[in-house]
Design a protein around this ligand. Structure first.
Ligand SMILES: Cc1cc2nc3c(=O)[nH]c(=O)nc-3n(C[C@H](O)[C@H](O)[C@H](O)COP(=O)(O)O)c2cc1C
Length: 223
């Protein structure tokens, strides 16, 4: 099977978590002689070739980060420019990853993605969902490999079946909601640890203020 993978991430490939996930997925998918080609919409020079690949191939995977509970704007713009396929038989699947850990965050976007294949003249081949992916680019190599290994396994499965089944997706996406006990623990201890690490990351990125600073607060009061 030859699979066209289109990344709908806005961040350039070297910075993108989606790109890292795609690479892990490709590894598993290609193990049994399958092949892939990947197009990154963050680079507008690739759009024309990506659209051509979409038109000419019958196995398509669109990988994307969750943005404000739905798809990134550049992906929407790209999809709007695609022609609906007139011949049947193209399978269109999605790989959706987000920053928050609960799969429930992604269900609104999943429902939207389910509507796309029919509009594009394709058959729906499922949506793989995974949260808690914000840190992939920030953790050390060993932790990154651990986070990415399940995507390699799902690549293997997709290489055999050509689709994501609902049962596999739900097991892979868990937890749907964080258990109440874990939320209590987070509010008690985890929040302080995350705040410390987020502050550290922000300082490394050049942030000199507090993360909860409200620089426009006074101007709103006086205007
Ligand atoms: C503008 C913006 C909006 C986001 N909205 C969500 C969201 O609604 N839910 C969520 O779980 N993650 C959200 N995230 C987190 C990203 O989905 C997550 O960090 C992802 O791994 C980024 O992938 P990328 O590096 O390929 O862009 C958002 C990130 C950005 C920058």
């Amino acid at each position: 099977m030859h699979l066209v993978i289109i990344s709908g991430a806005t961040r350039p490939q070297p910075m993108s978590n989606t790109a890292k996930i795609i690479a892990a997925f490709q590894k598993g998918f290609e193990e049994n002689g399958n092949t892939t080609e990947v197009w990154y919409l963050s680079d507008r020079r690739q759009w024309q070739e990506a659209a051509r690949a979409f038109e000419q191939n019958s196995h398509i995977l669109i990988a994307l980060p969750l943005y404000v509970e739905n798809i990134p704007g550049i992906l929407l713009e790209f999809l709007t420019g695609l022609k609906t396929k007139e011949t049947s038989g193209t399978k269109l699947a999605f790989l959706l990853q987000g920053g928050f850990p609960e799969a429930s965050q992604s269900r609104c976007c999943e429902a939207y993605l389910e509507t796309l294949p029919v509009q594009l003249g394709c058959d729906y081949a499922g949506t793989l969902i995974k949260g808690d992916m914000f840190g992939i680019g920030l953790v050390d190599e060993k932790s990154r490999k651990k986070m990415l290994a399940p995507f390699t396994e799902m690549g293997r499965v997709f290489g055999e079946t050509g689709c994501f089944t609902k049962a596999d997706v739900d097991a892979f996406a868990a937890p749907e909601y964080m258990p109440a006990k874990q939320i209590r623990m987070y509010n008690w201890v985890g929040k302080r640890i995350s705040r410390f690490f987020m502050g550290h990351i922000a300082r490394k990125m050049g942030c000199t203020d507090q993360l909860d600073a409200k620089p426009y607060e006074n101007s709103l009061v006086h205007s």
